[in-house]
Design a protein around this ligand. Structure first.
Ligand SMILES: *[C@@H]1O[C@H](CO)[C@@H](O)[C@H](O)[C@H]1NC(C)=O
Ligand SMILES: *[C@@H]1O[C@H](CO)[C@@H](O)[C@H](O)[C@H]1NC(C)=O
Ligand SMILES: *[C@@H]1O[C@H](CO)[C@@H](O)[C@H](O)[C@H]1NC(C)=O
Length: 846
């Protein structure tokens, strides 16, 4: 009997042990194989968010390689939080190389704060950080964000036994870092695949890409810090991103009731995230049928990984909550019934999505709302993560790749290696190189009879070349490599161009400019193109031809006309561009019988052009100045999307340590910056001036210079400025706009144009500011349209309230391209934890 009893109990005991083991397995917190918390430049351990950061001077498991000097600096004044107390400052490139025990995803978290009392002026230094493969930060500066600090979090898949973080000072200024974290992340956290929208399809290959956390929210709940999160993450309250604060009702339960599953563990998100939520509930709005919407500022040039966290903590019974989720205006989850997915209440569930930012918008919206099929007017969201996905250049900041940012000395050695291997291997590589060299030899022969060709060394005109290209064009061998590795677009044969333009048929002529004639063409595959054929006699033409190819092949932006290729056969200088069906902006403003543009269309066109110029000024390591901004160089595609064209005169520079480039004055009369004209010093503010002239032309519907008018009216800049100063700008606007424009929008626009036309460059706004103000003017116009046309139901928000992420004028510094300033709700003791990803925090507030 006794024996039998024991046998009878055995399975029960065993299963209890198994259950306990299971429980233990699922409750065991993740132990990161790699765990580096570094307080850079600090003489002692720093405790921050209950974690210990050790000094970078004492490490054995990582190497710090510095080419020049490194200085450890400690601040004696008060700093936002302990991790910002010290910094390591570099005057030339420096790397931290971390030994990696376990390959896979790692958090890389970086802390920056320009110590006010350091030996270098850190607030004017630039910050560029790369890993072995990815650009994390490119040329960031605190210049305009006095007293702010910056926290960044990246997720990087390390596929070797080391991770190197390289800090590159630019333009002779120093660079610095205050703190670094490199910590393993569980492999399962970020999948390789996710649903991408729009159009709805599957995206593969996330595991090869890097991510940057831009928002991580705990809906309806408190701020969570690394103390509350096993993976050291920060979760912020969602309130300030809610489109209409009063539309949401927050709910919460005791975190201990959350039932984790095999697929959703505390590593996915802490139970604090699932235990609180925003719901529609019994809300304060008259119409119960609406969406809960959150709005985020994003960079339209990137795709974003979005994770929605759900947990039904409101229903009393199963299957009583069914709703839809949207990203922008696309449906992401239809008739989502959490109970049928999880089989239980209070059980977490998440869904990953990728937003394919094909929208021309600085904002990303996430909405949940009732499903009309189910007769339930409630919806829930518990948590939300938004991460920027690295682009084709393997960058999370701009379009320059790691190769483009490596300091010159290491670039040279890379070229050396390339040459070495090409010479060393008499195999396919050598053969290919040989072919290219033959090609060059063949071309250089013809050069002596005609004009020097693009891939050849250029000595006379080197200031129009970028540094990268001059270094690679020192010798024949180098230029051979440069041709092989450069990306100058497609090379067209002259015959192809002849075929495409029907032998330069004059009936296909689109325009004639200083450089030559522009024809409409059709390539063999049916693609419509614009073919610009340079006048072969013009020496200036040759320099411009070269500049334009080099500029455009480096630049890709929705608001810049893209270069498809070129032809330099038979002394020709031919550029092939994308075709812009609606031609130059000017032809829609005056002098033709094309239909007049509405005010909204004009604003959108100006915003597009401003975005293109803003990108030129800030999108790459070097400032690019267009120098010939005018209404004929702003082209419109078939959807009236504006693109900036004609880079023949553009220049790079000034380097950041200079304030201007001295040059011979070039540009178009009527648009020329008077300061540039007087002092021959070119800055990006010269483009701002010319853009101011464009704005006035758009507003008044007349040319920049009109000699037929009375003397005081000839020059639009002078005339419009004198009217604006008298408060009479509305007297001279395009007659077709009269009474069709919202007064506030017009006023904003006029003020902006006036600022652009300021006498001195320093008084003019940056293109980023211009962009913001124009967007604001557009919002004013749209709001007034919405109020007068209440039937507008195309948007997923409550009508009458403009969709805007954060009012730029409510913040002491503006947000441009993902650098967001935060000036509200600062708590001294909790500074770094209230710092939001990618956001720059100004501890002084206003
Ligand atoms: C600093 O922290 C490390 C790691 O926690 C610890 O091993 C070391 O003893 C600490 N050093 C001092 C001086 O407290
Ligand atoms: C990291 O990249 C490697 C190589 O592409 C891949 O095999 C691995 O699954 C990736 N790991 C993660 C966690 O994405
Ligand atoms: C919610 O937003 C989506 C997407 O914009 C829209 O299609 C839907 O009609 C909206 N629902 C309500 C009730 O406004």
């Amino acid at each position: 009997m006794v024996e039998m009893e024991t046998v009878g109990w055995l399975p029960v005991i065993l299963s209890v042990i198994l259950v306990l083991l299971n429980l233990k397995a699922s409750l065991a917190t993740f132990a990161p194989a790699d765990y580096y918390l570094i307080a850079c430049g600090s003489p002692q351990n720093v405790t921050f968010q209950s974690r210990t950061f050790t000094p970078d001077s004492l490490q054995s498991s990582f190497e710090l390689k510095v080419q020049g000097n490194s200085i450890a600096a400690t601040s004696s004044s008060s700093v936002p939080s302990p991790i910002y107390q010290s910094a390591r400052i570099f005057t030339s490139s420096a790397s931290y190389k971390f030994k990696i025990q376990q390959e896979g995803r790692h958090w890389v978290r970086l802390y920056f704060y320009p110590l006010p009392d350091s030996p270098h002026n850190l607030s004017s230094s630039t910050i560029t950080v790369i890993t072995d493969d990815f650009v994390l930060l490119n040329n960031f500066t605190f210049k305009r964000y006095n007293g702010s600090y910056l926290f960044k979090e990246y997720s990087i898949n390390v596929t070797s036994d080391a991770l190197t973080l390289t800090f590159i000072p630019m333009n002779n200024s120093a660079t610095f870092v205050n703190g670094i974290e490199v910590v393993s992340v569980p492999d399962a956290l970020i999948p390789d695949q996710a649903l991408i929208l729009p159009p709805s399809s599957t995206f593969n290959g996330l595991s090869d890409l890097s991510l940057e956390t831009v928002f991580r929210l705990n809906m309806g709940g408190p701020l969570l810090t690394p103390q509350n999160d096993t993976l050291g993450r920060i979760w912020e309250n969602d309130m300030k991103y809610l489109h209409v604060n009063s539309s949401a009702v927050n709910v919460s339960v005791n975190p201990s009731v959350i039932r984790y599953t095999m697929s959703v563990t505390p590593e996915t998100a802490p139970n604090w995230v699932y235990a609180t939520a925003e719901t529609m509930g019994d809300t304060n709005v008259p119409n119960q049928n609406f969406n809960l919407t959150w709005i985020f500022p994003v960079d339209p040039n990137f795709m974003y990984f979005i994770r929605l966290h759900f947990c039904d903590i409101v229903s009393k019974s199963l299957n009583s909550l069914v709703f839809n989720a949207y990203i922008n205006s696309d449906i992401a989850l239809r008739s989502l019934d959490l109970s049928s997915l999880t089989g239980n209440l209070a059980t977490p569930y998440y869904k990953d999505l990728i937003s394919n930012s094909s929208m021309d918008s600085n904002t990303l919206t996430v909405s949940v709302g009732p499903d009309t099929v189910a007769d339930i007017t409630d919806a829930i969201l518990n948590g939300l993560e938004i991460m920027k996905i690295s682009n084709d250049a393997r960058s999370l900041d701009g379009l320059i790749s790691v190769e483009g940012l490596l300091p010159k000395s290491s670039k040279k050695s890379m070229i050396g290696i390339l040459i070495g291997s090409a010479l060393g291997t008499l195999a396919a590589v050598g053969l290919i190189a040989f072919c290219y060299c033959c090609l060059i030899a063949r071309r250089s022969k013809t050069t002596h009879q005609g004009h020097p060709r693009l891939p050849l060394p250029v000595h006379g005109n080197s200031q129009t070349m970028t540094k990268a290209s001059t270094t690679s064009q020192k010798s024949g061998t180098a230029s051979c490599i440069s041709l092989a590795s450069s990306n100058l677009g497609r090379f067209f044969m002259f015959q192809e161009i002849m075929d495409a333009t029907n032998r330069f048929d004059e009936s296909l002529l689109l325009g004639v400019g200083g450089f030559g004639k522009v024809y409409k063409g059709t390539l063999e595959d049916g693609t419509k193109v614009a073919v610009k054929r340079g006048n072969p006699r013009s020496e200036q033409g040759l320099a411009e031809f070269r500049t334009e190819i080099e500029m455009l092949s480096k630049l890709r932006h929705r608001h810049l006309v893209s270069l498809i290729g070129y032809c330099d056969e038979r002394s020709e200088m031919i550029l092939v561009y994308e075709y812009m069906a609606n031609g130059p902006l000017r032809s829609h403003l005056y002098g033709t019988d094309l239909p007049s543009l509405s005010w909204k269309q004009r604003l959108e066109i100006c915003i597009g052009a401003a975005r293109g110029l803003h990108y030129l000024h800030t999108g790459s390591a070097q400032i690019i100045i267009h120098r010939d901004v005018k209404t004929t160089n702003i082209l419109l595609d078939e959807n009236f999307v504006a693109k900036v064209a004609d880079f023949g005169l553009s220049k790079t520079g000034p380097a950041l340590d200079q304030t201007h480039v001295s040059t011979a004055v070039k540009g178009s009369f009527g648009y020329l910056d008077p300061e540039y004209f007087r002092r021959q010093q070119l800055t990006e503010k010269s483009d701002v001036y010319s853009f101011g002239v464009v704005l006035m032309e758009v507003l008044c519907g007349r040319p920049a210079l009109d000699p037929a008018l009375p003397r005081e009216q000839v020059n639009i800049a002078e005339w419009a400025m004198s009217q604006q100063k008298k408060g009479m700008l509305d007297q001279i606007i395009d007659p077709t706009l009269v009474r069709m424009v919202n007064g506030a929008s017009l006023k904003k626009f006029g003020e902006m144009a006036e600022k652009c036309l300021a006498e001195h460059g320093v008084d003019r706004p940056s293109m980023g500011d211009v962009l913001w103000n124009l967007e604001y003017a557009l919002q004013l116009e749209e709001t007034s349209l919405e109020l007068t046309e209440p039937e507008d139901n195309s948007t997923n928000h409550i009508t009458g309230i403009p969709m805007t992420p954060l009012d730029p004028f409510d913040h002491s510094v503006s947000m441009i391209d993902g650098v967001i300033s935060e000036t509200d709700d600062y708590h001294q003791e909790d500074a770094a934890t209230s710092a939001v990803f990618s956001q720059l925090v100004n501890p002084r507030g206003r």
